[in-house]
Design a protein around this ligand. Sequence first.
Ligand code: ATP
Length: 261
Amino acid sequence: MGKDEKREVIIDVQNVSLTYETNTKPITALEDINLQIKKGEFLCVLGPSGCGKSTLLKIIAGYIIPTTGSCLMQGEPIKGPDWHRGVVFQSPTLYPWMSVRKNIEYGPRVRSLPQDEIKRIGQHYLEQVGLIEFGDKATFELSGGMKQRVALARALANEPEVILMDEPFGALDALTRVNMQTLIRNIWKDTKSTIFMITHDIDEALSLGTKVVVMSKTPGKILKEFSLDFTYTAMTNKNGRVKVGEEYIKIKEEIVDIISQ
Ligand SMILES: Nc1ncnc2c1ncn2[C@@H]1O[C@H](COP(=O)(O)OP(=O)(O)OP(=O)(O)O)[C@@H](O)[C@H]1O
């Protein structure tokens, strides 16, 4: 038995299908999805455009309820959004009238935590995403990568059990993207959090994920799950990057074949 098999299941997606009712005809976005996310896992989801990745994330987040099947968090049905599941989207939805620090402190403030605890959390996550000098800036003064770091810190500030990310680095330039990947890997390692991340980038999935799930084109089904450890090699590599060897290339080619079927 591998170490992942012994871990506690946090999210359990059981026989989930989702059909959107539209003005013309119903659209079945997901069909019979079964997926378990275990504590401490970094799960990356890959699949062709429109295969239902965001729909699956929205079900786990509690934004939409499956048409059939169920989605459980620690054994309880997910009935709506909850701060135990932090969400980060491709375009950061920050509050422009609040400073960077206030954006990060937003969740703890809404949860009415004590003032000194709110300040401590704000400071801690500003530091963690490397924005300590930008706490008093307005969010419109930041670059795209910095905004995304604020969005990440804002999600982390609730210390959620699970972080759900939908293409979080999709709008960033290549260099910022690599830096963000290193940042998220380090945060995942330091906070021992559980991450569910959608990406279109196979290299990103392979270099971050401890598990990579590949979905079919619409209606989305899970075609294959890969358990990986490339992300651990990046942590020990001096340059912080994954070593691209024979095994990596073999898996990447297999994923390309599956996605382009
Ligand atoms: N609110 C909605 N109403 C109707 N159809 C929808 C809705 N949201 C998504 N769909 C449809 O459901 C299918 C899955 O969409 P979804 O956004 O989940 O896919 P995706 O894999 O995340 O796509 P992409 O990779 O392009 O972001 C698509 O056919 C899409 O058009």
